[in-house]
Write a protein that binds this ligand. Structure first.
Ligand code: PLP
Length: 375
């Protein structure tokens, strides 16, 4: 029986074991577990990789979003626009600060913010827009930036699923996801394209003052020890995680290429399956395939999922319920039908196994099983 996992962290670790073990041992020997040299080295290396002027590491992607909102002063009475078809952290951090999450639906083909609906969601209370680069593909950031600039609103990019993704502007300029708005946020959750061995996250910005403020916010609001200029957080990337990320960052482009090869295999092998919609590549973005997410017509998603599961093929649904219909957000008074594309996607999407260690044998088994599914 072929063993298949959504993400195979074990095989990847075994492949990188000598490098990872040496990096971890080095930190253990130094005992500099908090704010050791690898934290700052990694920040610089990630800045170089992304092209961001500053990278500030933090405890996780959720904290990155929270710190970003805090840095631009989001609080009670403010509105922040985002999408309902995302991981809850995007919405949770807005609500946590007492601001109101205002939703704009997504496009059915690329799963990201439907820019044509953005401007009508803006009010005098709108303080920020958080486009989410879902599954590894950038939202169409250029028109979002144009609208935001017109209304003097900050953009915070949720690039938690899209580190390494490249967006091409209409003049041909290319920029990496997370480096195009005022602040970009990313996550190093183990299953992410660049994942550590626990929680981790980072903020990116080109703005000197914001960088200084973000760094302070993540350190209890302090620039100088025991002097607290802002209400802050305790949100730091552990030295052990930074050392692991230093190793893995050197492999990130190779990881992305492996995911893209897997996506190509799926695309070719599943192109003839009736009622199956493959992920669409937006002309303005590369796809780093944090997820390979298909859509299935006619309420067949759950039946097919069960069929694959019976053959030991794992799949996942990201996400089964849009944010505006989650129990915690009923106080916002949204209803079923308010964001029909997001609601429909929650019924249709199915993510197939994709990671850096997938073999041809595994891919053949998955795709042959899928093609032979009696539906
Ligand atoms: C789109 C999105 N935003 C935010 C987060 C939060 O990141 P973390 O789990 O590191 O807090 C995630 C992680 O799953 C995510 O996928």
């Amino acid at each position: 029986m072929i063993s298949i996992q959504m993400v195979d962290l074990k095989q990847q670790y075994l492949r990188l074991k000598p490098e990872i073990d040496a990096a971890v041992q080095h930190v253990l020997d130094s005992t500099a577990f908090i704010q050791g040299a690898p934290v700052y080295e990694f920040e610089e290396q990630l800045a170089q990789y992304t092209g961001s002027k500053y990278v500030i590491s933090c405890g996780n992607g959720t904290d990155a979003l929270l710190a970003a909102l805090m840095a631009i002063g989001v609080g009670a009475g403010d509105e922040v626009i985002t999408v309902p078809f995302t991981f809850v952290a995007t919405v949770e951090t807005i609500a946590f600060l007492g601001a109101k999450p205002v939703f704009v639906d997504v496009c059915a083909d690329h799963f990201n913010m439907d820019v044509s609906q953005l401007e009508k969601a803006i009010t005098p209370k709108t303080k920020a827009i958080i486009p989410v680069h879902l599954y590894g593909q950038s939202a169409d950031i250029e028109p979002i930036l144009n609208i935001a600039n017109k209304h003097n609103i900050s953009i915070i990019e949720d690039a938690c699923q899209a580190l390494g993704t490249v967006y091409t502007f209409s003049d041909g300029t290319k920029k990496k996801a997370g480096t195009m708005g005022s602040i970009g946020c990313t996550s190093f959750f183990p299953s992410k394209n660049l994942g550590c061995y626990g929680d981790g996250g980072a903020l990116m910005t080109d703005n000197d003052a914001l960088a200084e403020k973000l760094r302070a916010i993540c350190r209890h609001g302090s620039k100088e020890r025991y002097h607290h200029q802002y209400i802050g957080l305790n949100s730091r990337l552990d030295t052990l995680q930074a050392a692991i990320l230093q190793v893995k960052l050197q492999h990130l482009d190779e990881f992305i290429a492996a995911r893209q090869r897997t996506a190509d295999f799926y695309t070719t092998a599943l192109s003839e399956v009736k009622g199956l919609h493959l992920p669409q590549n937006a002309h303005y973005s590369t796809h780093t395939y944090h997820q390979f997410t298909i859509k299935l017509d006619d309420n067949r998603r759950d039946t097919i999922r069960k069929y694959l599961s019976d053959k030991q093929i794992p799949t996942a649904v990201y996400y089964p319920i849009p944010a505006h219909l989650q129990a915690a957000y009923q106080y916002l008074n949204y209803h079923e039908g308010d964001f029909p594309v997001s609601e429909q996607l929650c019924k249709e999407v199915l993510s197939l196994p994709i990671h850096t260690e997938m073999t041809c044998e595994q891919l053949q088994f998955i795709t042959e099983t899928f093609v032979n599914c009696p539906l």
